[in-house]
Design a protein around this ligand. Structure first.
Ligand code: FE
Length: 186
């Protein structure tokens, strides 16, 4: 699969599976991801961050990619898996932001007292499975990461992108932007 095909594949996934429920939230997967991208645009984020917001949960569609097997005996986390899926095709900054978006939630829970109270019930539930709030040592490590600021921004949009009935662009509207943030072919 080359760079152009991967955008078509994501488009196809959004169309076929966008109406999948989003882990107990009031919005569908595609509503959630399109809202996250819209929030990024509303804050004037650059192309890479808008793309990262749009694609941050693609790890939930891992079964669409050949790297996944239903007989896998280990649990791949959707943040890590999403980054793995994107890495061959997209700008490194996007890959890192997607990989760190769950860590950013653990970070925000540990550092911003008001943040946890704004999380949805489903997100509070998964926090425990994801390791709970970061420890002081993890906080220092996370803040020193080059992708730290991007990941926190993605996370805040992620948490806000759960409002039923919000009008957004369609996936097709983001296709030109996605083409701009593909990795240069080797
Ligand atoms: Fe999300």
């Amino acid at each position: 699969m080359d760079q152009t095909d991967v955008v078509s594949l994501f488009r196809d996934i959004f169309v076929r599976r966008g109406s999948d429920s989003y882990l107990g939230e009031a919005v569908t997967m595609s509503e959630h991801m399109l809202q996250a991208a819209a929030l990024a645009q509303a804050e004037g984020a650059d192309d890479a961050l808008v793309a990262a917001a749009l694609l941050h949960d693609v790890g939930h569609y891992a079964d669409e990619f050949s790297s996944y097997s239903p007989t896998d005996t280990f649990d791949k986390r959707h943040d890590i898996l999403g980054a793995e899926l994107l890495a061959p095709y997209f700008d490194h900054r996007i890959v890192v932001a997607v990989r760190l978006h769950v860590a950013a939630k653990r970070y925000l829970c540990a550092t911003r007292p008001e943040y946890t109270s704004r999380l949805s019930a489903a997100s509070v539930h998964t926090l425990t499975l994801q390791g709970g709030p970061m420890t002081p040592r993890e906080i220092v490590e996370f803040e020193s990461h080059a992708g730290f600021a991007d990941a926190v921004r993605i996370r805040v949009w992620d948490d806000s992108a759960k409002v039923p009935g919000v009008a957004t662009w369609s996936f097709d509207d983001y296709v030109p932007l996605l083409h701009r943030v593909l990795r240069a072919e080797n």
